[in-house]
Design a binder for this molecule. Structure first.
Ligand SMILES: [Zn+2]
Length: 164
């Protein structure tokens, strides 16, 4: 009973290699999706919160997490999703924001501690030239997770996250 087959740390490390199905340059832990890992004897439970409830990738994330844990030699894996509390862009790890920017996706601005700042005036920068001179061209990108913008400085279109 004293020897566990895996430690929670090993599970977290394995999950850090599970890519976000929408954005392969970041992992599910980079995005802050993994909320809880428990190891109880030979059983591993992982609780995650999808980045956006409208994302179609829920089952992909669940399968990927289950596979990553099973790859550690764990037979008994439970993967649960929870929407409470809802995912927030604040959970994105700081170094992942920079990778998102390099990938060409405008990372959401940190929400800060003022609830009075509305999302509409949150500055969005062009990931290519850093200009704030951008405008939204549509409410939604290819998935419900993103918005489409165009930069008036370099005329490049880009995707930005909806901040939630
Ligand atoms: Zn630009």
């Amino acid at each position: 009973m004293t020897t566990l087959p895996v430690t929670p740390e090993q599970v977290w490390t394995a999950l850090a290699a599970v890519p976000d199905p929408e954005i392969p340059v970041v992992s599910v832990t980079d995005m802050g999706m993994v909320r809880d890992v428990t190891v109880d004897g030979g059983r591993v439970s992982v609780t995650f919160t999808p980045t956006f409830s409208g994302c179609p990738a829920l089952h992909v994330i669940r399968d990927s997490i289950g596979e990553a844990v099973r790859a550690l030699g764990v037979q008994d894996v439970e993967v649960r999703s929870t929407l409470t509390p809802p995912w927030t862009t604040d959970w994105i790890q700081p170094d992942a924001r920079e990778r998102l920017r390099q990938y060409g996706i405008a990372p959401p601005a940190p929400a800060g501690d003022s609830a009075l700042i509305t999302l509409d005036i949150e500055p969005t920068r062009c990931p290519r030239c850093d200009s704030f001179n951008v405008r939204m061209t549509g409410s939604f990108g290819p998935t419900l997770c993103k918005r489409l913008y165009v930069c008036d400085a370099c005329r490049e279109p880009f995707e930005g996250f909806k901040s939630v």
